[in-house]
Every structure is written in C-alpha cells, then in structure tokens.
Design a protein around this ligand. Structure first.
Ligand code: HEM
Length: 209
C-alpha cells in the first residue's frame, strides 16, 4: 500500500513539501520526512531534492538523538542521510551500509547544504538541499530512485542517544537505532514539484561540518 503525502509549507522559508510521518506510537516524539522536487521532476528524473526533517530529541532533551533516512527503503545498499543536533546546530552525514552494522561515510559526490534549521527541547528540524542524492555509487554498489515514478520507498529510523564525536560528521560513532524504524511506499502528488524549486535551492548556502 502507498502512503499518501501531506502538503506542508515550511513557515520560515515558504518551501512547499510533500511529507510522510511516523506517529508518536511508532517513535517517541514522532518523525516527519518532507521532499520538494524540481518543477519537471514528475516527468524527468531529478538528481536532487530539498528535504525536510522533523526529528525527536525524546528522552535526553535538547541537542540529543539522531534520525536517519534511507532513500530507497532498506538500510543496506541505499544512500543514507543521518542527522542530529549539537550546540544548537543540526549536523548531517551521508552514509552507506552494505550490511546491518555501522554505516560507512558515503564515497560518492552527493552533497548537503542547509537552508534552515531549529533545535529545541523536544525536536530538531532541518531544511536542506541534497545534490546528486537520487542516484548513488558506493565503490561500485549503485542504485537510485526515479522521481518520474511519482513515488518512492523511504526508510526511517530514530535513536535516543547522540552520536559520538557529534561536531565532526565524518567521524561520528553510532549505536543501533533504538527509537523506532519503518518504511513507507511514499506516494508523490503534484505539490512536490514546484516552479520555485530553483529559487529555493539557491538559498542553500550554509554548510555545517
Ligand atoms: C534496520 C542495525 C545505523 C537505517 C536495521 C536493522 C538492524 C540495523 C539490525 C534491522 C532490524 C530489524 O529488522 O529488526 C544498525 C546498526 C547501526 C545502524 C548496528 C549503526 C551502528 C543506521 C543508520 C541508518 C539506518 C545510520 C540511516 C541513516 C535503517 C533503516 C532500517 C534499519 C531505514 C529499516 C529498514 C531495513 O530493515 O532495512 N538497522 N543500523 N540504520 N536501519 Fe539500521
């Protein structure tokens, strides 16, 4: 079964997203992933997107926890985005796992730049541009998603503790996620592809590393 999207306009930036959420019963604090795509992405496969994450800092308060997304459902052999708060900033790392163990740093040329973020006592949010993220190549292991299919399988996880080395994204250490996980067969609707995409993407000028 496909999960229908909600449409969410991010208040700080006006960026319009399709979003899919996990409930507070599935993960303490809840979890939301959003995606905005270039205007022609429902007919011509896009290579990038603008993402939205609303992740939980349940249990340990402000600047704790991490969340993760698999861009094609399963943890293994798909590009992974890991995000966590530290010192009021939201850090990210692109990762890749060939087994159910600590992922490696992604070796391809994908890149995240930030548009907006927030950290409070219960949640952290991030609006980010992810370039070259919709197809991947980790030392010969390739894959990707087709935005023209008007949907994709996405995976999510959340964890209560902060990563080790939180202010050094390429050197984080993680324990297995312990605040829920799941997948959606996420359907896209026409609100995901917007003529303003290029202008929104141009606002992604911040790197937190
Ligand atoms: C699922 C281990 C980090 C994303 C799983 C499962 C294991 C595992 C054993 C299967 C659990 C089950 O089916 O009951 C680990 C370990 C990690 C780690 C040991 C680090 C030390 C990550 C990260 C991400 C991630 C960083 C994403 C950024 C997922 C997703 C699933 C999953 C989406 C559910 C889909 C699937 O079963 O493939 N993980 N994981 N994991 N993991 Fe991880």
């Amino acid at each position: 079964a496909q999960t229908a999207p909600n449409t969410f306009t991010h208040p700080g930036t006006g960026i319009v997203f399709n979003t899919w959420s996990a409930s507070t019963a599935q993960t303490q604090g809840g979890f939301t992933l959003g995606m905005a795509l270039p205007s022609n992405a429902l007919t011509t496969d896009a290579s990038e997107f603008i993402g939205y994450l609303e992740c939980s800092s349940a249990k340990n308060g402000a600047n704790s926890g991490w969340c993760g997304v698999s861009l094609r459902g399963a943890m293994t052999n798909n590009l992974l985005i890991t995000a966590w708060p530290a010192g009021g900033e939201v850090y990210t790392n692109l990762m890749f796992a060939t087994g159910y163990a600590m992922p490696k740093n992604y070796a391809g040329d994908a890149k995240i730049t930030q548009i907006a973020s927030s950290v409070n006592a219960t949640h952290f949010t991030l609006v980010f541009r992810c370039q070259n993220c919709l197809s991947w190549n980790q030392e010969g292991v390739t894959g990707g998603i087709s935005t023209s299919a008007k949907g994709a399988q996405f995976g999510w996880v959340q964890a209560f503790p902060s990563p080790g080395n939180p202010t050094c994204p390429t050197q984080i250490t993680l324990s297995q996620h312990d605040n829920g996980m799941g997948q959606w067969g996420a359907a896209f609707d026409s609100n995901i592809a917007n003529p303003s995409y290029t202008a929104w993407a141009a606002k992604a000028t911040k790197t937190v590393s």
